[in-house]
Design a protein around this ligand. Sequence first.
Ligand SMILES: Cc1cc2nc3c(=O)[nH]c(=O)nc-3n(C[C@H](O)[C@H](O)[C@H](O)COP(=O)(O)O)c2cc1C
Length: 173
Amino acid sequence: MTRAVVVYESMFGNSKAVAEAIAAGLGERFPVEVVGVDDARPSLTGDDVLLVIGGPTHAFSMSRATTRDSAVQQHGAPGPAGSGIRDVLESLPPAAGAPAAAFDTRVKKKFVPGSAASSAEKRLRKLGYRMVVPAESFWVADMSGPLLDGELDRARAWGAALGAAVLGSAATE
Ligand SMILES: Cc1cc2nc3c(=O)[nH]c(=O)nc-3n(C[C@H](O)[C@H](O)[C@H](O)COP(=O)(O)O)c2cc1C
């Protein structure tokens, strides 16, 4: 593994903060770039690239143009609504066993199903990615956040564990 890329989508900044914390954890092991979905993207593909991708859960799954518009129009997100991780995943070519992991942010409420990360994970698997660790959710208090106490520490630890796992699995291949 030579590098990691953390691609995030974020309407209110919570998933961005999680992405940066994950990158800080990953950065203990190898070079890592953090990129927003609408920024110029480095190459996300290749056997030597760990792809980490995440964003907010909208309507029980990954966002769509309509839900991002709603975040701006109805819930006061700064905008512009931009694109989402669903669009990034749709643009990726098949990956022959390249390593990946997915995360999301969502509201911690009992009996609210659905996670953008597990939807993203399904799509990554279909493309042929090898999921290094299971998809993970990080919790916000409400639509605009904030992240619950301790979530940034948990994100950093998740990034560090992901880095260790990808190096461990590469060593045994
Ligand atoms: C249109 C819309 C739909 C949402 N649907 C869900 C949902 O189904 N489940 C959930 O847990 N959170 C839902 N949320 C809350 C988001 O997950 C929350 O806004 C997000 O985690 C904040 O992250 P961000 O700052 O990176 O955008 C929704 C938010 C919006 C704006």
